[in-house]
Write a protein that binds this ligand. Sequence first.
Ligand SMILES: Cc1cc2nc3c(=O)[nH]c(=O)nc-3n(C[C@H](O)[C@H](O)[C@H](O)COP(=O)(O)OP(=O)(O)OC[C@H]3O[C@@H](n4cnc5c(N)ncnc54)[C@H](O)[C@@H]3O)c2cc1C
Length: 390
Amino acid sequence: MHAILIGAGVGGLTAALALSRRGVSVTVLERSPVLGEVGAGVQLGPNATRLLFDLGLESALRTAAFEPEAAEIRSGQTGALRLRNRLGARAVDRWGAPYLQIHRADLQKTLIQALEAAPGVGLRLGADVHDLRQDDTGVEVGLATGETLRGDIAIGCDGLRSEVRSRLFGKDAATFTGQVAWRAVVRADQLPMGLVRPVAAVWTGAGKHCVHYFVKSGRAVNFIGVVERDWRVESWSEVGSPEDLVADFAGWPEPVQAICRAAESPFRWALYDRPPLARWSVGRISLLGDACHPMLPFLAQGAAMAIEDAAVLAHKVAGAPDPVAALSAYEAARKPRTSRVQAASRFNARLFHLPGPAGAAAFAAAGLADLLTPGGAASRFDWLYGYKAP
Ligand SMILES: Cc1cc2nc3c(=O)[nH]c(=O)nc-3n(C[C@H](O)[C@H](O)[C@H](O)COP(=O)(O)OP(=O)(O)OC[C@H]3O[C@@H](n4cnc5c(N)ncnc54)[C@H](O)[C@@H]3O)c2cc1C
């Protein structure tokens, strides 16, 4: 079995490693001539860290990442605690793996180092995929240079604006959410000592919310602030004005304001919503990660879902006598779960932006439910973090 993976983001790199570990030979084709990573953090729930640890990455990830003691939701107006879910050792006890927060560059570096030592993996940079064909015996992937590669299956791991998805199913129906996400990474030593707590912090308010957490073993803080605004550029590389960021969170609790003041070159990203696809696969070609289930970032699970996809894909494909049936089985195993996570992310988008009394009431109801449920707040996340991909 030879798999061609199109795209070397978190999903493509993890899939390459997972397939190689199961004896499948892989070529990864990445459009960019260099594997630079945007300066941003990513949260990895226990559902994702468990799988990355299974691939042998525990020590490297633990060294580079930060392990928060809890996730806390607070009012952006008063600072009052609304919900708290203990993480740290509690996450390991309950879900069998830690909750980690990591800079994307560190995650990418960890995956690439592991791939360099993995048998049967070729990574080609500057390989822009322009054409895809298949017949009963295999797939043909055409590059912009005119070169053609042949394999048994091809997987589009090519992100939000997937070329492979458009070729299989036509253009997607992306709808602007009316929300724009700020993102910035700030050095921890630029902030007053002890001001930012070692938690995954979510601050909610009318029409806006923000999230911050440590990365780089506590040496930097990743910030994401989401505001409702009509500005529609969906890109990781759009620079915003530091003054506008400070103004958006003026009057919010001091940790939020201090991070915003320290953010020297914040970026902006317009959030678009895309409904679940009816199908992911056609014959020997399928999709993985944002290419098939792009999601809003309000459950911090986009990369985690790509990592789960990678593990399930490798499990279904390795040793399978019929590649078409294997890709159908992969899709059937993954689609219900990723659709549920897409819906839960969308729900949080509304919850986090409810105005004062409505927001307070919604969180009070959730807090009461937590008190009445065995396992408390943690039990709300069992379906998400406790998932064991085969
Ligand atoms: C503000 C924000 C915060 C987020 N926070 C989190 C979080 O905390 N936790 C989490 O789990 N997720 C988070 N996410 C989501 C996460 O970033 C994505 O879900 C994840 O990166 C998707 O990985 P991927 O490999 O599917 O796609 P990508 O990382 O987008 O990779 C796609 C790759 O394909 C390449 N490519 C594209 N077209 C071609 C082509 N034609 N030929 C060859 N190569 C091609 C691209 O260059 C790219 O390298 C967040 C997202 C946003 C916007």
